[in-house]
Each structure stands twice: as C-alpha cells, then as structure tokens.
Design a protein around this ligand. Structure first.
Ligand SMILES: *[C@@H]1O[C@H](CO)[C@@H](O)[C@H](O)[C@H]1NC(C)=O
Ligand SMILES: *[C@@H]1O[C@H](CO)[C@@H](O)[C@H](O)[C@H]1NC(C)=O
Ligand SMILES: *[C@@H]1O[C@H](CO)[C@@H](O)[C@H](O)[C@H]1NC(C)=O
Ligand SMILES: *[C@@H]1O[C@H](CO)[C@@H](O)[C@H](O)[C@H]1NC(C)=O
Ligand SMILES: *[C@@H]1O[C@H](CO)[C@@H](O)[C@H](O)[C@H]1NC(C)=O
Ligand SMILES: *[C@@H]1O[C@H](CO)[C@@H](O)[C@H](O)[C@H]1NC(C)=O
Ligand SMILES: *[C@@H]1O[C@H](CO)[C@@H](O)[C@H](O)[C@H]1NC(C)=O
Ligand SMILES: *[C@@H]1O[C@H](CO)[C@@H](O)[C@H](O)[C@H]1NC(C)=O
Length: 716
C-alpha cells in the first residue's frame, strides 16, 4: 500500500494499518504451524534464540544426545598463527598481481589458509540433561531408552516444550531464549528431579576452523581434543546478581564466559580434570529445577532469572508476530498449495528472527552450524536481509544495516590497494566481523555485492519511519563511496565509447572465466540501477551529483544480446544455451526484470523471452536456494502468476519439518537461509506488489487464492 517514495500518504497509511491490524487472526495462523517432533532429527535442530544468539536442541529440548550448536554474532576465535609467521606477515600478505593489480589470492599458502579460516565462528558449548542412576552415578542413557518423546515449539512465544518418560516417570522440559541477553532459561519438571535423578551438564568443544573444516554440520567443534583448550570454574557468592557459577573457556587467545544461575540453588562439579564437562544438580529436593545459562564474551555482572526470560520471550515474540507485516493465504484460498506456502512463510519468519538478526550480516547457515568458517558473504546480504524491509521489521534490519558504515574505511582501503582508485569503496565478499575480506579469486573478483547498499538505503528512506533527512544523512557517505567506486571500476572502451564492466570479474553464477568476462547483462543492469539511485539520493540531499556518475550511467555498455535474447556476458560462445557450463548455477538472467525493477536499458519483451528461455534451457536440477524465489519474482513481474507459485513450491526448494531450508544438492551450507530470506522477499512482493504494479496481490493467480496482507511495503 505504500506507494513508491511517497511520504505524504504515510499518516493515512499508518491509520489504515492500525484499523486493519485486527483483521487477520494472526495467533491462530502462526500456531497452526508450531513444529512438533517425536524424535531428534539427525540433521537439523529445533531452535530458540534472538538473532544474536541461537540454541539448537535435540528432542529433549537440550543437547542431551546430539551436540547441536550454540552460536552467536560475537563468538569468533582465531587459531594460532602459522609457524614462523607474525602479525606483521598477515598485514603484509599479498597475492597475485594481474595486469599491475595486486589481489588477495595466490599468496603464500600458510598465510592464505590462515586468513581464509580465521577468525572462525565458535560453537559456544553444549547443555544436556544429566541422568543419574540409583546409586548416584551418571547413567548412560540413549534416546531409544526414552518413551513417549514429544516436543513442540510454540512460535507465538518462542517456547520449546519437550516431554518423555524415563524409567516410567514423566519428565517435562521447557527451553526459552532470553531476548536482551544471550542466555537460555531451562526448567525441568519431574519427580526424578526431586529424587536427585536428573540434572544438567554443560560441556565445551575445541573449535578449530583450519583449512579442511570450513563446513561443520550438523555439529560444530571437536569434543575429543580436550587438551587443546582450557576451562576453569568459579563459584560462590560475589560473582554477581543471580550468579552461582561461571566457567571461563579459553581457546588460544580467545576467552568466552558461561554463567549459570538465575533460578534454583545448585551445586556444580567438574567431571574430571582432563574433560570440559561439568554436572549441575539442584541442592534441594524440588520437583522443578530452573536455571539460566548465559554466554558472553565478558564476565557478566548479572543474568536474568528464568522467570524474566520466560516473560521477555513471550512479550517480544508476541510483538514480533503482532506488529510487523503479515500475510494470510489460508483463510480464504481454495488452492490446496496455500497451506504449504503459509507454513514456509511462518516458519521462515520464525527462523530468520532466531538466526539472522545479528549485528553483522548472517552466514549462510545462520546460527545453526558453520559453512565457510561461519563468515558471511556481502553479496548474499540482499537475499538474507532485504525481506525485513518489505515486512517492516526495522528493529531487526537496523542491527546489521550499519555494517556498511562500519566497513567503509576498510573498503576504501581495498579499492585503493587494488586499482589505486582515489575515491570510492569496494565492498568485500566473504567477510569477517572486522570487515576483512577472505583471500580467493572469486572473493576478489565478484562485483554484484556493490550496489546492495542502495537497496537497503532506498527502502529505509521509503519506510518513512524516522526523520527522512536523518536517513539521507546517515547513508550519505556509504552511498557516495559506493557509487564513486562503481564509476571508477568501469573501463572506457576506446573503440565503442562505452564504459565496460570487467574483465577480470566473476558473474553471479561464478562459472565464467574471469579474464574474458565483459559486460555481463545482470551486472550492467544492476550498475545502472545503482548509479540511478545514488543520483536520486544526492538530489534529495540537495547536493551536486558527481559528473562521473552521470557520464558512466548514461554510457554504460549496452546489455549483450544474442539471437534476440539477453546473454550472460558479451562475447559468450553463441551456443551457450546448449552448454552445461553456462546453464548451471544461479540463473541471474531472470533477475534482470524480477529481482530488479526495470532499469532504463532493459527491454521487458527481451527480458521475458530470456526468462522463458531459462525455464526450458537452464539445468533447473542445478538450481538451489534463492534461485527459486528469483525465478518466481521474474514470473510474477511477467504476469505468469501460476508459474510464480510453482517456482516457490518447486520440489527442489525444500523446507523441512521445522522450516529449515534444506538444499538438495552439492556442498553448500545446510540450512541455506538465503533461500528463506528470498522466499519472504518474493512472497511479500507478490502479495503487496511492486512499483507500478496494479491491483491486489499482483503476483498471485486470480483463481484459487485469497491473499490478505497487513503492514507490508511494496517492492521496488
Ligand atoms: C584475529 O586475528 C586478526 C589478525 O591478527 C585480528 O585482526 C582479529 O581481531 C582477531 N580476531 C579475534 C576474534 O581474535
Ligand atoms: C596470542 O597472544 C600472544 C601474546 O599476547 C601473541 O604473541 C600471539 O601472537 C597471540 N596469538 C594469536 C593467534 O593471536
Ligand atoms: C588472467 O590474466 C592474468 C593477467 O594477464 C593472468 O596472470 C592470470 O593467470 C589469468 N587468470 C586466469 C584464470 O586465466
Ligand atoms: C578427534 O576426532 C577427530 C575427528 O574425528 C580426529 O581427526 C582426531 O584425531 C581426534 N583427536 C583425538 C585427540 O583423538
Ligand atoms: C549447594 O550445595 C553445594 C555442595 O553441597 C554447596 O557447596 C553450595 O554452597 C550449595 N549452594 C547453596 C546456594 O546452598
Ligand atoms: C571494446 O569493445 C569491443 C566491442 O564490444 C570489444 O570487441 C573489445 O574487446 C573491447 N575492448 C576492450 C579493450 O575490452
Ligand atoms: C540506456 O538508457 C539511457 C537512458 O534511457 C539512454 O540514454 C542510453 O542510450 C541507453 N544506453 C543503451 C546502450 O541502450
Ligand atoms: C544438471 O544438474 C544436476 C545436479 O547438479 C547434474 O547431476 C546433472 O548432470 C546436470 N545435467 C546436465 C545436463 O548438466
């Protein structure tokens, strides 16, 4: 309902939204998709969390049998430097020089490997149920020894409830994540607790992310390498409010703290000096044992009580579901597919808030496990996080959108180091929280991450959520530096007079030879989009638009066309549609009009014909994750609404029983959350429309679907 860039209608819009906010029975729709399990999955956990921190559980609501991870946006560690190298060697690291430009790949191997793997994201530990035998020893129990296992995640309150019988007695466990702390609150209720037969254990893994351990899933870290790291326990009064014990965990030079308390009085013991496992039992004979377990990079002075955590989780999650955008497909739709699409939407909304709302852009597998050492990829930031804007979930997007401002100075240095550009910032690809980019040919030569800040900035401006002038100012330097680099990166082609993109460069699908890749269609359109929006931004600010931006924008090379269709890049072999080399992986050609709004140099007829050619000629079996929502957005904008639904529900685009987007193929992080982010972006666009779209739910078929929305914004 928000028309593009229109701010005058905002008040009316707010009133309209308040009036309509009661129309959809949100609680009923959300709760309908509460995940239920009767056994642990051996690949995905059930999770609670807050976006900065997430806790993955097995069927006991803890990590009793399976060590799913506890991960955060702050828990990063470095391994020791390679033998014989110093910090100064790291700083001096340079790789190959191509045509006079030094890149960060192909340098000395030990340093390259270290820089690739470090810092790596750490699994902070493990919390499990402790079974005690009749004589007070630790009982060896397997999941198969339990009966009646049952587990439900209440999405509306972020509460996981697990229950079973052990030796004929009932056990119930409630697990909740704090929202303003990185902690869980656990309550175990059973007559077994009363008799001293149940407690909790905590444990700590050695985290190692050396060259071969970039992907660690479903479990992260090594539990057997106990001599490589240390833990030390402190107990007693004086530690702080509510705190009964603290464990410092040190790996090389990195120390994290685990603080226990916030509930019933307990005793804690280290199992043995050469292990990092600690057992915790209630001091008194009580039928219900509650404990807060909090994780932090520094020793906390206070931690929340279990009761506080429960109340906070209930109110924060309720607000999340009630006050942001919402789509109801199930109340009136006759189409049988509405239910599965709604399930994907609800579970994705839950998991994005648990895994993908931290201070940095998310990693591909969120806070579930490690892919690419836990680092994040700036080109994926769009697919992970742009949906927050369409769903008007600004508090969560605000946490990470400041990343561009934080990475500005290192990105300016990168630009200067590579080509000696006097101005501008080149955004990194695979990145750590300090903004350091990871060596690698693709990492250094990819460019489609560059225009993304213009998208985030534009949505923030349109949302009219604060003083628009403040938004313009906040993004000014980032936008200026982004566009300066875009204008500097192109090369003027003396024979055509146009500005060319590349070589060397990698395209979105990362599968063309960098030294021959010139003027790729998608990147040209996105460059045009970026320079257009940067220009508009400066005009809004009342500032002069740099001449080079206009000169480059208006003279970018034309999009390559072969036989009446757009081509991946200029000069690609003309039979490329028949070649598996070029018709695999991300089909960014469909993004020309779909993912992107129409840019001045894109012909809609050609874009549509190209998209339809992709449908028949691309190896769809090789597509994954966000490819399907991208195909859906293209179909939707081209008026092929039935096809749009089919892409969103394609058999190769899967979401498991708890809603994790699980790819079907090859060595990529699982779950692969860009798929979930893209689903939410696409479905919001199809439901609420895009600039210039007409009618309600323009991306949905007219027959069989009744689409009701509240609080969404249009896509560009
Ligand atoms: C890891 O080492 C790098 C290089 O010395 C340093 O810049 C960074 O701050 C370290 N990170 C952590 C989490 O220790
Ligand atoms: C750990 O700290 C020591 C002493 O401060 C330092 O010499 C060493 O380089 C550090 N190691 C890493 C991997 O950061
Ligand atoms: C690309 O060109 C550079 C400079 O001419 C050369 O050093 C490099 O090996 C080439 N790379 C590839 C992948 O062909
Ligand atoms: C721990 O397990 C890993 C992987 O299974 C193995 O490579 C390593 O050698 C083991 N370490 C010890 C100390 O047993
Ligand atoms: C709980 O019991 C342990 C061990 O008996 C004792 O050291 C500790 O002080 C007790 N804690 C409280 C709060 O009573
Ligand atoms: C300039 O453009 C022409 C035609 O597109 C192309 O053949 C040529 O390789 C380009 N020149 C350079 C230096 O890239
Ligand atoms: C791209 O669009 C601009 C603005 O409409 C136009 O001036 C320019 O000629 C177009 N360039 C090409 C190569 O089509
Ligand atoms: C299409 O992709 C699938 C999955 O990667 C692969 O197994 C198959 O060989 C590919 N087909 C062709 C024709 O390349």
């Amino acid at each position: 309902m928000l028309t593009s860039g229109s701010r005058g209608t905002f008040l009316l819009l707010v009133l309209a939204e308040i009036a309509s906010a009661t129309n959809i029975e949100r609680h009923g729709i959300v709760s309908r998709y509460n995940p239920v399990r009767t056994a642990s999955s051996n690949s995905t956990p059930m999770q609670v969390g807050n976006g900065h921190f997430a806790f993955g559980a097995d069927v006991t609501g803890l990590q009793t049998f399976l060590p799913f991870a506890i991960m955060s946006d702050w828990g990063w560690k470095n391994d020791s430097l390679p033998d014989g190298t110093t910090e100064a060697d790291l700083e001096a690291y340079r790789g190959e020089t191509w045509d006079g430009v030094a890149y960060l790949f192909g340098g000395p191997e030990p340093l390259q490997d270290w820089l690739t793997a470090n810092p790596g994201r750490a699994n902070l530990g493990r919390v499990g149920l402790l079974f005690v035998d009749e004589v007070g020893g630790v009982a060896d129990v397997a999941e198969g020894d339990l009966e009646g296992t049952s587990q439900t995640l209440d999405l509306w309150t972020g509460t996981m409830t697990s229950s079973f019988q052990w030796q004929g007695e009932e056990v119930a466990i409630r697990t909740v994540a704090a929202q303003s702390n990185d902690a869980i609150g656990v309550t175990i209720t059973s007559t077994l607790v009363e008799r001293g037969r149940l407690g909790i254990f905590v444990d700590f893994p050695w985290n190692y992310e050396g060259p071969f351990f970039g992907f660690q899933a479903p479990f992260v870290g090594f539990w057997n390498e106990t001599s490589k790291h240390t833990t030390s326990l402190t107990t007693g009064p004086g530690l702080g409010d509510n705190i009964g014990a603290a464990i410092a965990h040190t790996m090389v030079n990195n120390t994290f703290f685990t603080v226990v308390g916030g509930g019933d009085s307990f005793s804690i013991e280290r199992v043995s000096a050469d292990e990092h496992r600690y057992t915790i039992l209630p001091n008194a004979s009580i039928s219900s044992f509650s404990l807060t377990i909090a994780y932090a990079p520094n020793m906390a002075k206070t931690i929340p009580t279990v009761d506080n955590i429960k109340m906070e989780s209930e109110s924060v999650w309720k607000d999340y579901w009630s006050k942001n955008g919402f789509i109801d497909l199930v109340t009136g739709s006759g189409d049988a597919r509405a239910d599965e699409l709604q399930r994907r939407i609800i579970l994705s909304r839950y998991l994005m808030r648990v895994n993908e709302a931290g201070d940095t852009p998310p990693q591909e597998s969120g806070l579930v496990n490690n892919g690419w050492y836990g680092k994040f990829h700036m080109e994926m930031f769009f697919w992970h996080s742009a949906h927050w804007a369409l769903w008007n979930t600004w508090d969560l997007l605000d946490r990470s959108s400041g990343t561009y401002a934080r990475f500005l100075s290192t990105s300016v240095q990168r630009a200067q180091g590579q080509e000696g550009y006097a101005t501008g910032a080149r955004w990194p690809k695979m990145t750590d929280p300090s903004g350091r980019s990871t060596p690698g040919e693709i990492n250094e030569l990819l460019i489609w991450q560059q225009p993304h800040p213009l998208v985030f900035a534009e949505y923030e401006y349109r949302a009219a959520r604060s003083d628009p002038r403040a938004t313009l100012e906040r993004w000014r330097e980032v936008i200026r530096a982004t566009a300066d680099w875009m204008a500097a990166y192109v090369k003027r082609n003396e024979s055509t007079g146009f500005y060319d993109l590349g070589p060397p460069m990698y395209v979105v699908s990362e599968d063309t030879a960098p030294n021959v890749t010139r003027n790729p269609a998608f990147e040209l359109a996105y460059w045009r989009f970026g320079l257009d929006h940067a220009t508009i931004w400066m005009e809004r600010l009342g500032e002069e638009v740099p001449e080079t931006w206009t000169e480059v924008r208006d003279n970018l090379a034309p999009l390559p066309i072969e036989d009446g269709l757009y081509a991946v890049y200029e000069g690609i072999p003309s039979d490329f549609w028949d070649s598996p080399t070029y018709t695999s992986d991300h089909p960014a050609l469909v993004g020309l009009y779909g993912w992107l709004p129409q840019t001045a140099n894109v012909s809609l007829d050609l874009a549509k014909a190209t998209a339809e050619k992709v449908w028949v000629s691309w190896n769809i079996s090789d597509c994954w994750g966000w490819d399907f929502p991208m195909l859906a957005m293209s179909a939707a904008r081209n008026g092929e609404t039935e096809k749009a639904i089919e892409w969103l529900l394609h058999p190769l685009f899967k979401f498991d029983d708890v809603g994790m987007p699980v790819p079907m193929r090859r060595y990529i992080a699982t779950p692969y959350f860009p798929g979930a982010g893209a689903l939410l972006y696409a479905v919001a666009m199809m439901a609420e429309g895009w600039d210039g779209s007409g009618g309600a739910a323009p991306g949905f078929p007219k027959e069989g679907w009744q689409v009701r929305t509240e609080g969404l914004s249009k896509a560009m």
